[in-house]
Design a protein around this ligand. Structure first.
Ligand code: ADP
Ligand code: MG
Length: 705
């Protein structure tokens, strides 16, 4: 059909027939830059357009595809003028009519005009006012006239439906993809042939064709559930290279020369001396795993995972004792200044008795302060250095860094971890995270890390009673807060915005509500305000006053989300709770329930949609972070939960880290066997080159050697 000369996978899209520079620019803005990007742009749905339903089959509740001519259209107001409806009366070959209705869609009046032929896909609903069945907000596509050479592309077969890219329609994308399929020659298949055979998977070229241009006999269900042979192969492939990269990196780190810390001598005594309380069984287990790693002559690369409040800091402090007693320095990295400052205070407390020198390094310090601290770090006088990103700056030199502890991994990328690693002679790295990830998944996401889990809470913890309260009933919450404060305890009240300048009329801001709480609701209490836009000294002073119980009620934004530890605080109120993600709600709730007193969490919301209702319900039902993680993953998928980019999560195209767990495990095992089998062989060299050239950047594995 197309006569274009063969293009390369790496060719920019503008060289594809029908694309041109202007469109190529628009596609590029959405991440579609090369022919390869287009071939790997997955359809999100398939429609069997060889089988359209006649109109008489569209009864209430029936969904399906319809092919019909637009008989007439109209735009009208609805719900007392609040919304504009666009309606098209559709007529099929038998002469039957069916109304298609789009909400808030006045713009369609210029796109859909009488006489056009449309393919529609949607569900029939019953309209009580009109007394008839109609198609509610269907997907549609304007079809070409008979005799148009493009007709076969969009009709009469199983048609892939793509997500529109900005103003570029699904139909245009279909055209471009088809052009790319025509124009590209044989694709190089880098998967080992015996792997393809073992899993009976098609080659790369075949898989790409299967996915974009399925044969009529294909199972529509398999296509729509992403389990066609083509899909399975493409998903497998993404996981295979990801796992190969991660496993290689893990092996490399394991082989590298590291510090073999001595666990003997008076170490045990020192740790005992430091401990403010008896560690839980889970804490002991985690420490043992860490200590064993530290004793080995290779760098440790371990993830310490534990729900909010499970006591990760104590374990980190124990590990720090091992390093310091061996004459090494420890770096403790936190994602925010507030958290760094908080860790700094706890470390000082932990190590007072041992006489360790603890230093703090954050962005807001004056250049002079920073210079002074850098000197202490370089000279080795600072034994424990707590800090933010500021610690990662090039000119911060440790005299003898032995252990780097990174808190709240999901805010630091993989690369930063490696950068830190370069600061000393291969220090041990311990990453702490409260993001509860099911274990199998953790292995993959942090495939280059070993994992320790703290799965037990410190003794005496009571569950946090969690309630959902509607905006209108907020008063009852303020009464509950009043009762707790009167009994000597403290409360957090969290808002989604800093101040009203953020232009969100239905969201409350911390600034405005602080005035309200201080002036009207709790005039007799000490109310404090904490948000990310305040200066560092201001923040510190509020935090300190809250810690020392001079502030009863702390009005805040999500800056309190990570790590704050004030055991006397027993109430967490979250307003506009529907605006927060589940992981965030759980983190926020974890700020209370840290002492011996019963704690409460109130989720105040406006009107809930389907998703926010599921979240709030899950929060009320369980306090278990792992269960919540599973729920959230079901509701939203991992991108949202982990915050894809910053988390260092790999950018996957066909594969979905949760939905495709079955394939992921197969691919991981296959990659492991490949490494075992081919270690050092020319095939391995070839595979590694391919990995580096094609996948590394996307997977954030750029530093694999
Ligand atoms: P997280 O895992 O969220 O970082 P923290 O380390 O902040 O948890 O610990 C939460 C709270 O539990 C802190 O107040 C800490 O002092 C306390 N804690 C930790 N371990 C124990 C323990 N073994 N016994 C009693 N309290 C503990
Ligand atoms: Mg913590």
């Amino acid at each position: 059909m197309y006569t274009t000369a063969l293009v390369r996978l790496s060719s920019p899209l503008q060289y594809l027939k029908g694309v041109g520079p202007a469109l190529a620019e628009k596609l590029k803005a959405k991440g579609l830059e090369t022919v390869e990007d287009l071939l790997f742009y997955p359809p999100f749905r398939y429609e069997d357009r060889s089988k359209f339903l006649p109109i008489r089959h569209f009864r209430e509740g029936q969904s399906g595809a319809l092919l019909a001519i637009v008989a007439s259209t109209r735009t009208r107001t609805w719900r007392r003028g609040m919304q504009l409806l666009f309606e098209a009366e559709m007529q099929d070959e038998q002469g039957n009519k069916l109304l298609a209705r789009w909400y808030n869609a006045k713009y369609l009046a210029s796109e859909i005009v009488p006489g056009m032929r449309l393919a529609l896909f949607g569900k029939a609903e019953f309209d009580f006012q009109g007394g008839r069945v109609f198609l509610a907000h269907p997907d549609f596509e304007v079809l070409p006239e008979d005799g148009d050479p493009e007709l076969a592309l969009h009709m009469g077969r199983i048609v892939p439906v793509y997500e529109a890219v900005g103003k570029i329609s699904a139909k245009q994308i279909r055209r471009f993809v088809s052009g790319a399929l025509e124009a590209t020659g044989e694709l190089h298949d880098a998967l080992p042939p015996e792997t393809l055979r073992r899993f009976e998977m098609p080659g790369l070229g075949q898989a790409i064709v299967d996915v974009h241009d399925p044969v009529p006999e294909s199972s529509l269900e398999a296509l729509n559930t992403r389990r066609s042979a083509g899909h399975r192969r493409l998903i497998f492939e993404e996981f295979f290279w990801l796992e190969l990269g991660l496993l290689r990196k893990q092996r490399e780190v394991k082989r590298a020369v590291g510090i073999a810390f001595d666990l003997g001598g008076g170490l045990r005594e020192k740790v005992k001396q430091m401990l403010p309380f008896k560690p839980t069984g889970a804490q002991k287990r985690a420490l043992k795993e860490i200590a064993d790693d530290m004793a080995r002559p290779h760098p440790m690369n371990r993830l310490l995972q534990g729900d909010v409040g499970s006591g990760k800091t104590l374990v980190a402090a124990e590990a720090a004792v091992i390093a310091v007693e061996n004459g090494y320095q420890v770096a403790l990295l936190a994602p925010t200044e507030i958290l760094a400052t908080q860790h700094y205070l706890s470390m000082q407390k932990f190590f007072r008795r041992l006489g360790y020198n603890v230093a703090l390094m954050v962005g807001s310090q004056t250049p002079r302060e920073k210079e002074a601290i850098k000197k202490l770090i370089a000279g080795g006088q600072a034994q424990i250095v707590v800090g933010t990103h500021a610690l990662l700056e090039k000119n911060v030199e440790f005299q003898k860094l032995g252990l780097a502890i990174i808190d709240e991994q999901h805010r630091f990328g993989v690369l930063q971890r490696l950068f830190l690693r370069q600061k000393g002679p291969a220090p041990d790295v311990l990453v702490m995270t409260a993001t509860p990830i099911p274990r199998t998944l953790a292995l993959t996401i942090y495939g280059d890390l070993d994992v320790s889990v703290i799965d037990e809470m410190p003794p005496g913890r009571k569950p946090i009673a969690t309630r959902h309260v509607a905006h209108g009933a907020a008063k009852t919450v303020w009464e509950a807060v009043r009762k707790e404060v009167a009994a000597g305890r403290q409360a957090y009240i969290v808002y989604p915005l800093v101040d009203d300048s953020e232009h969100s009329p239905d969201l409350k801001s911390a600034q405005k509500m602080f005035e309200m709480h201080a002036g009207k609701i709790f005039p007799d209490f000490e109310v404090g305000l904490l948000h990310g836009q305040m200066g560092a000294t201001e923040k510190d002073s509020v935090m300190l006053r809250f810690k020392e119980r001079q502030v009863n009620v702390l009005v805040a934004t999500t800056v309190v989300e990570v790590g704050l530890d004030v055991p006397n605080a027993t109430v967490m109120v979250i307003e506009n709770a529907e605006k927060f993600g589940l992981a965030q709600l759980h983190q926020l709730r974890g700020r209370v329930g840290r002492g011996a007193d019963a704690s409460f969490c109130y989720l105040i919301t406006g009107k809930l949609n389907e998703v926010s209702e599921l979240r709030i319900r899950a929060m009320v039902a369980t306090g278990d972070g792992f269960k919540l993680a599973e729920t959230d993953l079901e509701i939203r998928g991992p991108g949202e939960f982990f915050g894809t980019r910053q988390s260092g999560m790999p950018q996957l195209r066909f594969a979905h880290i949760l939905k495709d767990r079955d394939i992921l495990e197969m691919a991981r095992e296959e990659a492991r066997q490949f490494i075992e089998r081919e270690s050092g062989s020319p095939r391995m060299v070839e595979a590694v080159r391919y990995l580096e050239e094609n996948w590394q950047r996307r997977y954030g594995l750029a530093q694999v050697g």
